[in-house]
Design a protein around this ligand. Sequence first.
Ligand code: GLC
Ligand code: CA
Length: 554
Amino acid sequence: MERKWWHDKVAYQIYPKSFYDSNGDGIGDIPGIISKLDYLADLGIDILWLSPCYRSPLADQGYDISDYYDIDPRFGTMEDMERLIAEAKKRGICILMDLVVNHCSDEHEWFKRACEDPDGKYGKYFYLRDKKEGELPTNWRSYFGGPVWDDLPDTDKQYLHVFHKKQPDLNWENPEVREEVYKNINWWLDKGLGGFRIDAIINIKKALPMHDYEPDREDGLCSIHAMLQEAEGIGAFLGEMRDRTFKKYDAFSVGEVFNEKPEEVPDFIGDNGYFSSMFDFNEAIFGRSGKGWYDAAPITPDDYKKCCFAAQAKVKNVGFLSNIIENHDGSRGVSYYIPEGDCCDESKKMLAALNFLLRGLPFIYQGQELGMENVPFASIDEVDDISTLDEYKVALEAGLPPEEALKAVSKFSRDNARTPMQWTDGANAGFTTGTPWLKANPNYPSINAAAQVQDADSVYSFYKKLIALRKDPVYKETIVYGALEPVWEERHNLMAYYRKGERTLLVVGNYQREPQEIALPAMYKSVLLNNYKDIAQDKGTIRLQGYQVLVLEM
Ligand code: GLC
Ligand code: CA
């Protein structure tokens, strides 16, 4: 595998709207991010991915862009963005922006012009079909519910949107659209960005000619995945994009890819892959049901382990996965992957170590380093996220009583990750002096950065140690490039693996409340990390405490 500048980095995702509000309007902003760069540098972060802060009506919180060359005034100005890039650079941090080009906003100039003249140049930027009374062009269901077709205002046509109706899909078959995308990417890279996180990219290739698929719910519609499975040839678009943009700058790119087949891994992230890396969503999508969130199966510790190892086995040393515990699209990992009732500092640290030391690039989502947890929603009225509101409706339609429907969707709600970053125990978690756009999680008096930064035993300090370990010149080569080998794979509620390279490390986590014993094949040389004060051992046998995690040099 060809070595790359980003391989040994640690990345961090910022959701700008909820990170830090510098001017009291209740919305996080770019000057707010700048003021927290020292916090991030001190933690050891090298790469910062910002969720979108381009000009946008924020129908999907910025994933609906109305001007790719501008910053939304709520987030700041272009000068702020340039200052952020420069200030980050001073601290050895590079910035990734979010590339949202499967769709734009219905308030984008292109879409407005398409409405004015659907048969003209801009009509071809979108997927338009003639409107027929009582009939839709296809029966595809949008990710956020309802058909993917809506009327193109003031015309006799309809347009396609696989996400929200304010997110019309761009027609990638049109070379002019692709040129516009490449021009924009290069424009930003010229400003000194380190690269991009690439949103929803698997959707850019549609199976053409469009047609219906077998309905999979009472609504007579079918999941977009039915169509995507049949769509072939996305590689031509992605390869062209790589060659025309990222490659020329040696930029980092990480794709939001869900459905690659094992044999496609080299195409996606091998040497000269479409992307530098792609996220591992194996754990996140485990147990999901076509019926909706309400029907999802819970994930157990053994499932979690299997998912991680399966993803590792799929990629091997062909490329680099980007490993996440959470992002802005769902639950807080600690609330999701740790069995109910067991969420505590020890279990949070265990999850952190098990995930962080997998082979690949670790991404930390804002607040994850503090062990931020899911939100207790008292009513659906407290929910802002369009996806949760839709899934709530789906759950009600399936016959769940409102209380159960709320409980079911609360578990997955994207708002869990979107509540304000918990900086202090002061009002609104120190996120804003005004009224936050989304209420802070009421647990901020006990979970916040100010307290944890000073506490050597906090979750934050544990993350800092993990990052330092990854960067330690003695272990770096092994942690970054070493092979991953599962151990004791069949043991219940135990997740353990070797990282083998210049050195041999054993990462072992007791994924349960009860203690359990392991017999080491040989005595370890040193303890690199331990989330407990000591190790209960007798010769080669270690009695792991509840949720104890150890990183041992063998
Ligand atoms: C991605 C984003 C998500 C967004 C969607 C549409 O999945 O992560 O937040 O809603 O794409 O852009
Ligand atoms: Ca603000």
